[in-house]
Ligand binder design. Sequence first.
Ligand SMILES: [Zn+2]
Length: 81
Amino acid sequence: MVRRFQSEDQPMTCIHCQGRMEKGTAPFHVDRNGYHLLLDTIPAWVCQQCGEVYFEEAEVDSIQSLIRTMDIQLERVPISV
Ligand SMILES: [Zn+2]
């Protein structure tokens, strides 16, 4: 569900169109069993040509740990999933 992008010091090019990637932000949407999480402005690389978005490891890790925390906290909430 999460596209990972290995970031190194080389110039970023889009794997789809070879367009130029620029640092920006993008919304990140997670569908989980019982809830949906929409983060509006996650730092990301955005292709200036086709709009493809890549998230870096650090952001992906943060989001995954956020999801883990949500899952743990939600186990204490009496909702039916
Ligand atoms: Zn592209």
